[in-house]
Ligand binder design. Structure first.
Ligand code: AHG
Ligand code: MN
Ligand code: MN
Length: 348
């Protein structure tokens, strides 16, 4: 082997990075008849994620902290970063030309893209552009959640509400971006879950967590215990069960609650645990939104071998009735969800 070839072979051995785009394209090659539309859509989501990452990382230095001065459809004060992320992801999805409309936590109605390319787009996207708004101003992990469906309405026409009110089991892809100690993009297209860490040096999401499988059991429980007095008897009893001492089941469990669904879910996905946001007196239907929080997270949980229910029924089988519908949410390690449901049933 000549010197030049030796060097080349050395370099090749050292090069083992798989970027998000490469991964998406390789996956696409495994699907007969795939034309690259979904790949293109995911690629554009990746670009918006990098733009938001940059802004998040400069928070405190540039003017992105604090309230934007508006109240959104949820009755929540929008933060500047909520508005920024909403604009970036909306623009990226429109630019992709593959998406005929979106539903966002920040917008009351669906937004339809009516240029020629987008009207012909196969997909619609539901998104929570900035999850964990209460953590923005204090340097705690936040996220973005997205959920992709094939449209029901005919291509070439404006997207309709029915395109968005599909059951979660019809999702084509779902994912989240976590802006944490590093920025990661985690997604599924129904063939397992893969996680990519943003290498800021080369500006690429690189495969760091291939084929994520969540533990079947765990010892972390995540719930806002400040709402304890407003929980149902079943939830109260389950929380007490988590706190009781038992050697065999390694209790008491550890309580961990960040207040950003993406971050709480991500930790439990990797370590094993249960995340609960049940009904409370203040939020009789729960707080989290079915379309752009619970469904995408449920799809990822199941694809990683975990579970997601409303305490009784599988989240992905719920028929959405409205865009901003809320549901009680229980997700994480299968054995822990089963145990929580046992308590809910017993003390119904
Ligand atoms: P968002 O910032 O998108 O409105 O979502 C906030 C959600 C979710 O991220 C988190 O799990 C939950 O609200 C926290 O609610 P509490 O503060 O009531 O615990
Ligand atoms: Mn949210
Ligand atoms: Mn949000």
């Amino acid at each position: 082997m000549g010197l030049q070839n030796q060097n080349l072979s050395f370099q090749m051995k050292g090069y083992n990075i798989t970027t998000l785009n490469e991964f998406i394209i390789r996956r696409q090659a495994n699907i007969p008849y795939a034309k690259g539309e979904l790949s293109n859509l995911l690629h554009h989501i990746g670009i918006a994620a990098k733009v938001v990452h940059k802004k998040v990382n400069k928070a405190g230095l540039v003017d992105v902290l604090g309230e934007a001065g508006n109240v959104n459809i949820q009755g929540e004060h929008q933060q500047k970063l909520d508005v920024f992320a909403d604009m970036q992801f909306t623009a990226a999805l429109k630019d992709s030309g593959e998406c005929c409309g979106i539903a966002s936590e920040e917008d009351q109605e669906i937004i339809t893209f009516e240029d020629e390319l987008s009207l012909d787009g196969k997909y619609i996207v539901c998104m929570d552009p900035l999850d964990g708004s209460s953590n923005i101003n204090v340097n705690v992990s936040i996220g973005t959640i997205f959920s992709i469906y094939r449209r029901i309405s005919p291509r070439g026409e404006k997207a309709q509400l029915i395109d968005f009110l599909q059951e979660g089991n019809k999702q084509i892809a779902a994912g989240y971006i976590i802006y944490g100690s590093s920025t990661m993009l985690v997604y599924t297209t129904g063939m397992g879950v893969n996680g990519f860490t943003l290498d800021t040096g080369i500006g690429e999401f690189c495969l760091s967590h291939p084929d994520i499988k969540t533990p079947q059991d765990g010892n972390i429980y995540s719930v806002n215990e400040g709402n304890y007095n407003n929980f149902s008897e079943g939830v109260k009893k389950y929380i007490k069960y988590c706190q009781d001492k038992d050697k065999e089941t390694k209790r008491p469990y550890t309580a961990r609650y960040i207040g950003s669904l993406v971050a709480d879910f991500h930790r439990n996905l990797l370590k094993g645990g249960i995340f609960i946001y049940p009904q409370t007196a203040k939020a009789p239907k729960g707080k989290l939104r079915l379309l752009y929080e619970c469904n995408p997270i449920a799809y990822i949980a199941e694809q990683a071998g975990g579970k997601a229910t409303d305490g009784e029924q599988r989240i992905l089988d719920l028929k959405p009735e409205s865009l901003h519908q809320r549901v009680p949410f229980y997700t994480g390690s299968t054995k822990m969800i089963d145990k929580a449901e046992e308590f809910l049933k017993k003390y119904k």
